[in-house]
Write a protein that binds this ligand. Structure first.
Ligand SMILES: NC(=O)c1ccc[n+]([C@@H]2O[C@H](COP(=O)([O-])OP(=O)(O)OC[C@H]3O[C@@H](n4cnc5c(N)ncnc54)[C@H](O)[C@@H]3O)[C@@H](O)[C@H]2O)c1
Ligand SMILES: O[C@H]1[C@H](O)[C@@H](O)[C@H](O)[C@@H](O)[C@H]1O
Length: 337
């Protein structure tokens, strides 16, 4: 069976996903697209040589009779509406992060999915599908470095990731990837957050605080430090080091040829999330397509999206209070265990 997909949002990542589904992956076809920028949606259909209808409204893609499943890659504040409409239509939906821009919005989605009685929602936390994170998890699972005690992580973008990047988006839009992948890596949850605002870089919008340092504590007492620096200038650099009782384990660097030349040793650093996680996105979508065809949902769930949003909210609160703020997670419903 070929899974017939409708895509809402044909911007940067929407285009990427349409391309990989059409030209790289197996088992799915994009049959409908929508974007408030209709011209752009039409250009993507033409550029990718798709046999797909272009709809003015996302909700019409969701309700189209030939669409089996949805991909939501529109602007973050629209996600909640489209995910809820997909659940109401009884159709599986892959939603790019954030699941919703508020924790309340994520909770509505969790409640709607549980009421529907079937897992339909997957959230685009692609790092769980990245080979280097999977290798790091294997090292921890094999107990190679003993119990994890401390994590030192960095999330660095060369420049602010989008033109509308503002306010606390470093905490609610960028570091969501760390919030998700680290609890998955450790099989743990967070209990508190503290946010430090170091000296600001001059090389960004004057109103933006950049960088941030986020300190999280987990139920097992593991201390996590995340440096978020979204205008670091030099590249797209994601780091994670786990300090365990008997050793340390680092997230492997993306492969690059070390060059020795003119008394220097150098290797390339990537500059975009598109390249750093290109293979992870491919694996993420192939697994989603295959699971959806089997009638299953195996990736990061709406509950994961909700936990991440609660963590982001606690970080925003901690940023302005200057205090260590508790992260109070409700018990995970049996539906998601
Ligand atoms: N997983 C990742 O690493 C990753 C990377 C980039 C973006 N994202 C997420 O993907 C989403 C899109 O990001 P992007 O970089 O492609 O942004 P973008 O601005 O390039 O694209 C967003 C698109 O959504 C469209 N849009 C806005 N409102 C809409 C509506 N009501 N109906 C249909 N289309 C609408 C816009 O016209 C635009 O084309 C964001 O939520 C972002 O956080 C995730
Ligand atoms: O939307 C983007 C994307 O998710 C990237 O992976 C991340 O590095 C950026 O900081 C974020 O804002």
């Amino acid at each position: 069976m070929t899974l017939k997909i409708g895509v809402i949002g044909t911007g940067a990542i929407g285009k990427e996903h349409i391309h990989r589904i059409t030209h790289k992956l197996k088992g799915a076809q994009v049959v409908a697209v929508s974007d408030v920028n209709l011209e752009q949606a039409r250009a993507v259909v033409e550029g990718e040589n798709l046999q797909a209808k272009v709809y003015e409204r996302g909700v019409d893609v969701i309700n189209a009779s030939d669409v089996d499943a949805l991909i939501v890659t529109s602007w973050g504040p629209t996600h909640e509406e489209f995910v809820l409409a997909s659940i109401a239509a009884g159709k599986p939906v892959f939603c790019e992060k954030p699941l919703a821009v508020t924790a309340e919005g994520c909770r509505q989605i969790v409640d709607a999915e549980m009421a529907a009685g079937r897992k339909l929602v997957q959230v685009g936390f692609m790092r769980r599908f990245d080979q280097s994170y999977r290798q790091l998890k294997q090292v921890l699972t094999a107990n190679t470095i003993g119990a994890p005690l401390i994590l030192n992580c960095s999330h660095r973008n060369p420049q602010s990731p989008s033109s509308d990047f503002s306010g606390d988006m470093a905490l609610t839009d960028s570091c969501v990837h760390e919030f998700d992948v680290l609890r998955w890596l450790l099989d743990d949850d967070y209990v508190s957050a503290q946010v430090i605002q170091p000296r600001k870089t001059r090389l960004c919008d004057a109103e933006l605080q950049d960088p941030h340092v986020i300190l999280l504590r987990t139920r097992q007492g593991i201390h996590i430090s995340i440096e978020s620096f979204v205008n670091c200038q030099y590249g797209y650099d994601i780091q994670c080091q786990v300090v365990g009782e008997t050793g340390t384990a680092n997230l492997p660097e993306p492969a690059s040829v070390p060059v020795r030349r003119e008394a220097k040793l150098s290797s390339d650093i990537l500059v975009s999330w598109k390249d750093r996680f290109i293979d992870a996105f491919d694996v993420e979508f192939q697994e989603w397509i295959d699971a959806t065809v089997r009638g299953e949902m195996t990736g990061p769930s709406a509950w994961d999206g909700y936990v991440v949003a609660l963590t982001g909210d606690a970080c925003v609160k901690a940023k302005y209070s200057g205090q260590i703020e508790p992260i109070e997670l409700p018990e995970c419903p049996a539906f998601y265990r």
